[in-house]
Design a protein around this ligand. Structure first.
Ligand code: HEM
Length: 218
């Protein structure tokens, strides 16, 4: 087991499997969030379901997500250090050959998403007052409307969703490669499934701040 974890391939497999857990979560969370367009009763009932009625299940998911995020970030960090150690001297010429913009932003984009996640949980789940002074426990609908009533948060979330799209675009493709489902790496344009997942998740999430900003949700 330790041998597997210490190998670079082992870390890639850990990244792939934990990444799959996280992709499953974002798809479910995005779909759940769209219920905001069905009105406050529906959205708050959904939040109540997660926070009270099935709280044991929610905690199981929280633990799985926490473990996944930690292992995902840890293996990314260790692989990055190995890659830097293997090439301590910068290349004289940095011209991308087959990499995509999405693949080149995985590391810093991932760090940005991690910071976003902390702020997001602080804002909507933990109710940190400096992020949302009017936070009301068990008032998910009102909290979201208040937060996105401020242009700053609309912009922060839309930028975060853009990075999420890039991360998903490369990540959901890389997972297929790591687990050996996609055999051919040479054709970067043939990535329909990753493209669909990345665009649907990003657009779905973005509709919420946009819906509030445009006055559709209020
Ligand atoms: C516009 C986009 C989003 C909206 C409107 C939104 C909304 C919310 C709300 C209202 C909660 C609190 C639920 C409650 O406590 O009642 C929440 C929790 C959470 N969100 Fe989001 N979310 C968005 C994007 C994301 C993204 C992109 C991620 C992950 C990358 C994410 C991960 C989480 C996590 C981990 C929790 C904590 C769940 C818990 O254990 O209570 N969210 N979100």
């Amino acid at each position: 087991m330790l041998k597997f974890w210490n190998s670079s391939v082992g870390k890639k497999v850990v990244m792939a499997l934990t990444g799959l857990v996280l992709v499953g979560f974002v798809i479910g969370h995005m779909a759940g969030n769209l219920q905001i367009f069905a009105g406050p009763e529906r959205y708050n009932a959904y939040a109540r379901l997660l926070q009270h009625d099935i709280i044991e299940l929610t905690w199981a998911v929280r633990v799985a997500l926490f473990v996944s995020v930690v292992l995902h970030a840890l293996s990314a960090w260790q692989l990055t250090r190995r890659s830097w150690a293997a090439r301590p001297v910068e290349y004289a010429m940095q011209e991308a050959q087959v990499s995509t913009y999405a693949s080149r932003t995985m590391r810093w984009g991932g760090v940005f998403l991690f910071v976003f996640l902390i702020l997001h949980i602080g804002q909507f789940t933990l109710g940190w007052k400096w992020l949302l002074p009017e936070y009301v426990p068990d008032g998910a609908y009102g909290n979201v409307v208040l937060a996105f009533g401020r242009p700053l948060w609309v912009v922060v979330y839309l930028v975060a969703m853009f990075f999420l799209m890039l991360h998903l675009l490369h990540g959901t493709w890389a997972v297929l490669r790591t687990l050996g489902v996609a055999k051919n790496a040479a054709e970067p344009l043939q990535r329909q499934l990753p493209l669909i997942i990345a665009v649907v998740v990003t657009v779905g999430f973005s509709l919420v701040p946009l819906g509030v900003a445009l006055g559709v949700v209020r």
